[in-house]
Design a protein around this ligand. Structure first.
Ligand code: COI
Length: 355
């Protein structure tokens, strides 16, 4: 058990007003969790302190070679005042998988969970309660050695910051338009595509800007070798409903293993829907669209929850899905997942952890 020192802010900020749309990732709570690592002492000096800037040497390795990991999960307030987390164990497990991949020392799972719970508890008055809102939790680790050679750092900082959020996309639950990228690639098998590290997101920016310029909100990546198989959207995993079957790309090593992805697979199976995790070519999607069997497309992610896709653009082909409207399963999955997260629907999978 961590001994977490707590220093409360002397100047609490005003909570966001009820009509604040809580634009994703723009507002931060009063406190943050910090813990340091060095080779002699391991992870040590766990503390919750007022949210504030941090001071690092300009030579800190994170600035030069990007050795950093992050996670994203959410806390919710129930109508009877409980604070709930959704599957934090999955995020913690994935965080340590990322850590192993990019040579960051692992964080003991029980310490990680305790840190999340304690900082969320302290700032629980910041958890918004309007439909579609939650408290986004962003744990991350950065390499702090002041050194310009390329090797794993010997020192790190682990932090958790909290942000009350509304929908990730301005569209909310309205369908998004997605650009299928066949020029740039996001990741390749054997690389770091299945690790949650900033490098994957910076790799996505160029195509994202291109897609935005064309009026599309996100990029759907194809595999980096054959440029043929659908992978993920960067901020989301992707699902298709084709002729009654839910199909999602199998995790081949270049796709992020999403917690919402796993939850959707479990829910769909529990509803008796056939679910296939397999390679799926963009040609197959095109054919399903042409023969009328492409019934729904949606993205899944912690920030985005369920995001229906109303349009896909692949080269010169525009594929409209559900006439641009929300599909039955996109809506049902959104309602079920948010219902479980808010303690309104029975949690048959033991996904909820109370703070
Ligand atoms: C999340 O869904 O939590 C993510 O980390 C995606 C991020 C791009 C907001």
């Amino acid at each position: 058990m961590l001994d977490i020192r707590v220093e409360k802010t002397a100047t609490p900020k005003d909570l966001p007003k009820a009509d604040n749309p809580l634009k994703f990732g723009t507002i931060f709570t009063d406190h943050m969790f910090v813990m340091d690592y060095d080779i002699e002492n391991g992870w040590q000096d766990a503390r919750i302190i007022p949210y504030q800037p941090i001071s690092l040497e300009p030579s800190a390795m994170v600035f030069h070679y990007g050795q950093e990991m992050f996670e994203g999960l959410k806390a919710y307030k129930t109508e009877d005042g409980k604070t709930l987390l959704f599957r934090p164990d999955k995020n913690i497990e994935r965080a340590n998988k990322t850590n192993r991949r990019i040579c960051i020392p692992e964080i003991p799972e029980e310490d990680f969970l305790q840190a999340i719970k304690e900082v969320v508890k302290l700032d629980e008055s910041w958890i918004p309660t309007k439909p579609g809102t939650s408290l986004y939790i962003r744990p991350f680790v950065i390499a702090t050695d002041p050194f310009l050679g390329v090797r794993p750092s010997d020192t790190y900082k682990f932090m958790i910051i909290l942000s009350p959020v509304g929908a990730y996309y301005p569209e909310g639950l309205n369908p998004v338009k997605i650009w299928i990228e066949d020029d740039y690639v996001r990741a390749v098998k054997g690389g770091i595509g299945d690790a949650k590290t900033g490098a994957n997101y910076v790799a996505s920016l160029k195509a994202q800007v291109k897609a935005h310029d064309e009026g599309y909100s996100q990029v759907l990546w194809l595999d980096g070798v054959e440029r043929k198989y659908v992978e993920e959207v960067g901020a989301m995993n992707i699902f298709f409903k084709i002729n009654g079957t839910i199909v999602t790309p199998v995790l081949t090593g270049s796709i992020l293993p999403g917690v919402t992805r796993d939850s959707v697979i479990n829910l769909c199976k529990s509803w008796g829907l056939p679910v296939e995790e397999r390679r799926i070519s963009i040609q197959e999607i095109h054919e399903a669209h042409q023969n009328g069997t492409l019934e729904e497309v949606f993205g899944t992610g912690t920030a985005a929850v369920i995001s229906p896709v109303g349009q896909l653009r692949w080269e010169d082909t525009i594929m409209k899905v559900k006439d641009g409207g929300i599909g039955e399963y996109s809506q049902k999955l959104y309602d079920t997942i948010t219902g479980i997260q808010l303690g309104k629907i029975e949690d048959n999978f033991q996904w909820i952890v109370e703070v």
